[in-house]
Design a protein around this ligand. Sequence first.
Ligand code: GAR
Length: 211
Amino acid sequence: MGDKKKIGILISGRGSNMLALIEATERGELEAEVAVVISNVEGAPGLEKARAHGVEALVISHKGLSREEHERLIVAELKRRQVELVCLAGYMRLLSPYFLSEFPGRVLNIHPSLLPAFPGLEAQRQALEYGVKFSGCTVHFVDEKMDHGPIILQAVVPVYDDDTVETLSARILAEEHRLYVRAVAIVLSGNYRIEGRRVLIGRSREAGHPA
Ligand code: GAR
């Protein structure tokens, strides 16, 4: 039990992706333990959802702090619990180079579009208004730019003529919950390598495809 890899999850709100990850650890689908959930927003609904599953959940507000002061508090809590992988799950703040240097290549994010299309806020509304026929979600390694780092997995969903932001968001969200669990499993397994922006999964180090 004690040797399970430890995940920390950062949230700002509802926490449904957080819950998907916690439930995957409970089912044994992820060989890991969610050691702590941290929200920068007091009263984020995800906090109670985490606690209901026996997961420690903290509020570390960014109010009145510089980005780095805030992140130093978060990093201290993550390190105290020997967190190896940090998952952003609706955490609506950019991370600084300081944070990323504390967890190099160990911070993931999920975003509700097929990046690089529609980064930023209200990705589902952006997709609908642009008129794309397919959208989806992306799990990627985090770098200093918003919704930007190397892509681990993507899932595609159709956009229908009668979709609203709500119906499209719900269709994407169902995929998000599955995709995040799969991406975390891949990263925890170590069975991937990164070449430039490309994340190559399940490949040997030799060139070419496996037989
Ligand atoms: C999710 O749709 C996630 O992809 C999105 O916020 C929502 C959080 O929901 N993240 C971003 O837009 C990041 N740029 P949740 O709190 O229920 O997981």
